[in-house]
Design a protein around this ligand. Structure first.
Ligand code: PLP
Length: 384
């Protein structure tokens, strides 16, 4: 597999992709290339079937039994907007974690400004953990939604979604999980974890291409569509159909993207989540241990791979994070991310809301040598 440089930015998007992901998309575009849900000719029906198979694979991965309630979107940001804007109404109250990505935070803040919804944040520890019991104190009569990221994209901390899910069910409040960082990297079971709405993106640990994501709806309540338009059927009806997936899925689908995503899921199933999770944890532990060798390093978050996914934030006391990332790239060919990572709330917890952090995102195709090279490069950067 050809990789130019050392890629440690998998929390932004995974790279490289399994060859089968790329090949499946190319093959479809050469051999079929037809739209789904519209035509009645053979190739269009084949495209339909590929889409349905992909819905089934996604449902299976998250232990869900209703593929038609797997809604395709362009990314998790759209999925989160669809769920949040489709459920919350004027005067409602929403509870979010203290670690949310702007995909959630900007969405609820905009609704607070424009519609007067009320927001409560569940506090979290200095290491970036939420205690489920803190949720209960915030529930009000008009609480209409609880939203929580499964794992922080700044600190990597895994949140207690099963316990939160249990409390939400008890109070009959829909529970929306942002699985951007965990889908394909960590166990998610919508039944056991009592998740009502699961938002995911295809291009991170699910190993698919960019431009495809989804929302899994394990909930009977009403969600108002974000978009209206063509669904390929019921064309004389002047409103959006009220059955799934057409209710929330409109316009021509990203068929090659959905096929590539399906192939990414097949790869995950073949490797096995246990193996994927084990490798991620081993590399995270290795990275945490080796990074400590760098003299002026500050590591953020818990230093225990049992509590995080392979996302680690750090700074060097001697240099700004942007400078470190620049030098790693230019002088060592190592790609990491620097800044606030679209999650300013999480930085408030660790006091880096002004400086930002360097972040490594470990992926399934990283090896210990990548960490070794990062550590040696950081040692050199920190003394120069
Ligand atoms: C926790 C979290 N939520 C949302 C997003 C947004 O993902 P996307 O750009 O695929 O919509 C990301 C990725 O950057 C993330 O890490």
């Amino acid at each position: 597999m050809l990789i130019l440089g050392i890629y440690l930015d998998n929390a932004a998007t995974s790279f490289p992709k399994p060859q089968a992901v790329i090949q499946s998309m190319v093959d479809f575009m050469i051999e079929n290339g037809c739209t789904s849900g519209r035509g009645a000719y053979e190739k269009a029906i084949e495209a339909d079937s590929r889409i349905y198979q992909s819905r089934k694979a996604i449902a299976r991965l998250f232990n869900f039994n209703d593929p038609k309630k797997v809604i395709f979107t362009s990314n998790v940001t759209e999925s989160l907007n669809l769920a949040i804007k489709g459920i919350l109404k004027k005067g409602d109250h929403v509870i979010v974690s203290s670690l949310e990505h702007n995909g959630v935070w900007r969405c609820v803040k905009t609704m607070e400004r424009d519609l007067g919804i009320r927001i409560s944040k569940i506090p979290c520890s200095a290491e970036g953990y939420t205690l489920a019991r803190d949720l209960e104190k915030l529930i009000r009569e008009n609480t209409a939604l609880v939203v929580m990221t499964h794992a922080s994209n700044v600190l990597g901390t895994i949140q207690p979604i099963a316990e939160i899910g249990q409390i939400c069910r008890q109070y009959r409040i829909p529970f929306l999980v942002d699985a951007a960082q965990t889908a394909g990297a960590h166990y998610i079971d919508v039944v056991k974890d009592q998740i009502d709405l699961l938002a995911f993106t295809g291009h991170k640990s699910l190993l698919g291409p960019m431009g495809i994501g989804g929302l899994l709806i394990n909930w009977e309540g009403d969600i108002c569509p974000l978009k209206s338009g063509g669904t390929g059927g019921d064309s004389a009806y002047e409103y959006q159909p009220d059955y799934y997936p057409n209710k929330l899925e409109t316009g021509t689908l990203n068929v090659p993207g959905i096929i590539g995503l399906h192939e990414g899921i097949k790869f995950i199933e073949k490797e096995g989540l246990d193996k994927i999770r084990k490798k991620d944890a081993e590399l995270a532990d290795y990275a945490l241990a080796r990074l400590k060798e760098v003299d002026d390093i500050i590591l953020y978050g818990p230093q225990d791979s049992g509590k995080i996914i392979g996302v680690i934030s750090f700074n060097l006391k001697s240099k700004a994070c942007e400078q470190i990332a620049y030098e790693l790239d230019q002088n060592f060919g190592i790609m990491i991310r620097a800044g606030l990572h679209c999650a300013p709330s999480a930085h408030q917890i660790i006091g880096t809301e002004k400086s930002g952090t360097c972040r490594i995102g470990i992926g399934y195709f990283n090896e210990k040598q990548d960490i070794d090279q990062l550590v040696e490069a950081l040692k050199s950067i920190s003394i120069n």
